[in-house]
Structure formats: C-alpha cells, structure tokens
Design a protein around this ligand. Structure first.
Ligand SMILES: *Cc1c(COP(=O)(O)O)cnc(C)c1O
Length: 427
C-alpha cells in the first residue's frame, strides 16, 4: 500500500472511496498539467511585476494615522497595475469586500443622469441593492443613476442586437460579470469579454467598461484589462489575496477611473494619498505572490469534484471536461440529504472547526434555509475550501476554493465518504 493511501484510511476515508477517487485523479493528470502551465506563467508575471516595481523589505513596513507617503501601499498598487496591465490601481484593506469594491467603482464613476448597462444579464445578488434593482438606501437609483439590463441569449451568447439598442447617449458605464457566480449561465472567458467590449466600444467609444473579476483572477494567462476593460474589480479574500490577505478589495484600471474611486473611498482632495496600511502589507504582498498557485489548486479541486460526481451520475456545472474560467463548481443533489451530507464531509476535512457539524439555518436575505461548510483561517474566505447551498430544489451545492490541491482533494473525498456512509451513493 502506498504511503498516502495509508494516511487517507487513517483520516477516515474507506478503501472503496479511495479506490474510486484514485482512478479519477490519475485520469486528470493531463488536465492538471495545463493548469500548472497557467499558474507558472502567472507566477512569473507576478514576480516580474514585484521586481520591476522594486519591492523591498521597506515596503513591508506599514504606516499609521493618515498614512501619508506609505511606500508599501504605493508600491503594492503599482504591482497590481503592472500585473493587470493598467495605468493605476487602488488596493486597500479599507475596501471591506468585493461588493464594496464594485459599489465604489460604480458610485465614483457614475453621476446623476448617467445610465449603467449590464449586457450579460442579472448581476451578482449583492449588486442588486447597490444598483437599486431591489430597493435600498443609498443605491445608485436614489442618486438618479438609471440601469438597463440585456440578458444573454438562451444558448449563452451575447444578444448583440439588444445590446446595441440599449446603448444611448446616457450610457456611461457597462458592468460585465466574468464568473457565473451562483447562476447557471456559463462563465465568460477573457477572450469573450474582449469581443463584447470591442463591440460596445464600436458603438460608443467613451463608455467605461468595468469587469467584476471576482473568482476569475489568474485562471487564465490574460485578464479582462488586457482586452480592453477600463476597470477590473475584485475581493482580496478570493483569488488575488492568495488565502493570506485577511481583508480588502482592489480596483485596477484607467488613471481617471481609479482617481475617481480614490476620491470616493477617502475624500475629495485626499484620494490615494491617505489610508494607513497598518500591519497588512506583508500578507497583501505575499498573498498576491501566492495567488497564481493557490488559484490553480482551487481550479484543480473544482475539476476533481466535477469528475467525481459526474461519474456517479449527478449533474455538475460546469461539466468535468470543459475549460475553466473561474473556480466555482456546483453539484446537483436533488434532495436535502445529499446536499447536507456533502457539506458535512467538506467540514470534516477542514483544518479549523473540523469537529463542527454544519446545520441549515435561515440566513437573512434568503427565502429558504442555507447550509454552509467552511473551516477557514480567514472568516468568510472563499478562496479557502468552502461549500454552501440553499435547501430548495434543485438542492445544488456550490463549492469553491482550496488553498492546496491536497486539501481540496481530501475535502471532496470526505464529502463522498459522507454520502457513501449515509447510503446516498453506492460504490
Ligand atoms: C463574491 C462575489 C461578489 C461579491 O463579493 P463579496 O466579497 O461577497 O461582497 C461579487 N461578484 C461576484 C461574481 C462574486 O463572486
């Protein structure tokens, strides 16, 4: 018996589950090689950006108070701008999450009377309140910014005719979500995003194209800002934080867009000049350094999960074969037992709170109970191995993250172990 098998058995995996899983991970070696190539390319991209911008030991020292002349903060923002191939960037722990980063980008670059267009259908749930699709205090709608939406066609293609008709003299900004998030549409490749941006700029050249880059960073060797996006926006407790960054968000893009965002984040007149980095810089730099390989580990874990469950007859989105442009995987269980057993297994594999049994609860904002599995070093971090799903038809689990492939793999094996022990699957 090989050494790791022995350890898996000690860790609670039965021989049947191990044998089933082993066949599958062995069959994925060629796929994983391609992911390693992407991560190698991106790793060099990040190192080169750090060297070109002269990251030094002094950059790891934070500031306090106003945070004037914060060398580390300014250098980190240059590193992000280099990696995303943009004029400037705003990378701050004062940006509290992905939603905040997106709200900041929108609210600072739109003015009363302007219109925002989403040409890729409904945006991420939390943006509905930012935009004012669902009533909310302080939304763009309250400030007189209107919103138009063009859904994707049935087959997932852009509805170019409708997009063209939706663009008018007031259209000032376009928001494009790269990842499918928690919808069933396909995730957009960077290439497709580039085609959409060219089409839009062909109709109106000065419209600001923003991409919600959450979960997409480093899954390909180019980013949306390489293909014409004026702004890319994301969360530091997802891919670019590399699992080390404890909080924050980023915007990278055109100088003017970033300047607008900085004046909104801090204050008109102050902009990027203030914002103490405290003791955050080491994890922000090191997390970004780790991000290409951590993202690759999460992508491998997602592909492993898709193939395990696809082979057992469960619908999986995306399927086991397609190329990946984000790190989210869903598996459809069609009943609460399957969904809960899966989450229990993921939790049992966690380094933190591994002894806890997740229970469905009535989360604010949801119309049915939700079950969540997470045993993370950073609270709520979804670049760490995590899974959740609402207890309603079709009882789909959304699974993402895995700082190491070994952990992602173990989590998936524990989820299968849990389904197997409950008699939900037979092997
Ligand atoms: C996670 C996510 C967001 C919002 O991020 P939070 O950090 O949870 O506020 C927005 N868009 C997409 C596509 C996401 O995945």
């Amino acid at each position: 018996m090989n050494l790791s098998k022995e350890m898996y058995l000690k860790a609670g995996i039965s021989e049947k589950v191990y044998d089933h899983c082993e066949k599958i991970w062995l069959s994925l070696e060629d796929r994983f090689k391609k992911i390693d190539e992407i991560s190698e390319y991106n790793q060099l991209k990040v190192i080169k950006a750090m060297q070109d911008n002269r990251v030094s030991e002094a950059c790891l020292m934070g500031t306090t108070g106003y945070g004037y002349n914060d060398l580390g903060r300014e250098t980190l923002e240059k590193v992000y701008a280099s990696v995303f191939n943009t004029e400037d960037a705003l990378v701050r722990p004062q940006i509290t999450c992905g939603t905040h980063a997106l709200a900041l980008a929108l609210m600072s670059n739109l003015r009363p009377g302007d219109e925002l267009l989403s040409p890729v259908g409904k945006p991420y749930d939390t943006l509905e309140e930012v935009i004012g699709i669902r009533f909310s205090k302080g939304s763009l709608a309250e400030y007189g910014v209107t919103y138009k939406q063009v859904d994707l066609k049935e087959n997932g293609d852009f509805d170019l005719e409708r997009i063209k008709n939706a663009i008018n003299e007031r259209t000032h900004m376009v928001t494009i979500q790269r990842s499918k998030g928690y919808q069933t549409r396909p995730t957009l490749s960077v290439e497709k995003i580039g085609e959409l941006i060219s089409f839009i700029k062909g109709i109106k050249s000065d419209v600001i194209c923003m991409v919600d880059n959450c979960y997409g960073e480093f899954t390909e060797i180019i980013e949306p800002s390489d293909v014409g996006a004026d702004l890319v926006v994301g969360s530091l407790i997802k891919n670019p934080g590399g699992g080390l960054c404890p909080t924050g968000g980023y915007l990278a893009g055109k100088k003017e867009c970033i300047e607008n965002a900085a004046y909104r984040l801090t204050s008109p007149g102050l902009g990027k000049e203030v914002g103490a980095s405290l003791n955050m810089l080491p994890s922000m730099f090191q997390g970004f350094f780790m991000a290409p390989s951590v993202t690759a580990n999460a992508a491998k874990s997602a592909i492993f999960a898709a193939n395990i469950y696809e082979r057992l007859g469960f619908p999986v989105i995306p399927d086991g074969k397609v190329e990946r442009y984000d790190i989210i995987q869903s598996v459809v269980f069609k009943n609460a037992e399957g969904l809960c057993a899966f989450c229990e297994g993921i939790q049992k594999a966690a380094p933190v709170d591994g002894f806890v049994k997740p229970e469905p609860w009535n989360m604010p904002g949801y119309d049915s109970p939700v079950i969540m599995a997470a045993g993370a070093f950073v609270s709520g971090s979804s670049i760490e191995l995590s899974a959740d799903g609402p207890l309603r038809d079709p009882y789909a689990v959304y699974f993402q993250g895995g700082l190491t492939y070994q952990h992602g793999k173990f989590g998936i094996m524990m989820s299968l172990q849990s389904l197997y022990e409950k008699g939900i699957v037979t092997l």
